[in-house]
Design a protein around this ligand. Sequence first.
Ligand SMILES: O=C(O)CCC(=O)C(=O)O
Ligand SMILES: [Fe+2]
Length: 320
Amino acid sequence: MESESEIMTIPCFDFCKGGMALEEGSEEWKDMSKKVREACESHGCFLLMCDETPNGVHVREEMFNHMKALFDLPEETKQQHVSPKPYRSYNGKNSVIPLCESFGIDDIPLLNTAEAFTNLMWPQGNPSFCQILKTMSLKMLGLSFLILKMIVEDYDLPQHYILDVENMKSSSTSRLMKYKVTENNEDFNNSLLPHTDKNGLTILCQNEIQGLQVLSKTDKWIELKIPQNGFVVIVGDILKAWSNGRLHAATHRVVVNGEKERYSFGVFTMPKEEMNIEVPSELVDEKSHPLRYHPFNYGEYISYFVSNLKENALEVFAGL
Ligand SMILES: O=C(O)CCC(=O)C(=O)O
Ligand SMILES: [Fe+2]
């Protein structure tokens, strides 16, 4: 029963009560900003509902059907998706996480990368999947920006810090993931190993199969129950650093041990590689919040992480 009560500790917020999106600057928006900031500080994550359109459920269902067809393509076809950037190329044969397969596509809302991807996988094209990838990536990127603006609002930071959070979502990667099921119990904990995300903010959704767990500050794994048509929002290293460690980058993992495959789709927002991350002076307080991170370059941080692959990369690279 322990995990039952722990489930309750991760809050779920509805940004679109009754189909109406929150109006920026309204009292409701301000109340929500406080709740969002508190959840990001205490848990480093929260669940999110935002049903603006009645056909949202339908779009999701179609997306996961398309994703199944994608992962069912021949291995040679999937392997054609390659990128010089880390964690983008098709990854299907990773001995550390043998149950997980993934693709990463950069900047779908800004460039024609969804077309390029679907044309590569299906030489005759796949316009409906392409459209869904664009719709979902754009929606999730928009939600990321809204959440980042709420955080600036609730810290009562001067308006020019909106530029900081605009930078923090100036690039994005959409990741498509499949978790296979296995009969071998020993593999269960290997679906996706514990990690913090190295970007700014992550928003994920999944088919009906749960499996994502977050580590509480008291070192207990909490099984998330992502509502149907809901999302989970996770604070990454960059947002933690920018907030001077006030926001918590939640360690999370995936454990899938049911009978059905899990598919998930995530939008990882991040700064452009050349951008620098610097703590706003307003978030530094000599007594209660002394400066924890020196200014650093995002691209250099990612290179450092990729060459060391240590989970304490942020503290070692940018910590004071
Ligand atoms: O599939 C999921 O729900 C989590 C994926 C994840 O944590 C990641 O790709 O960083
Ligand atoms: Fe992650």
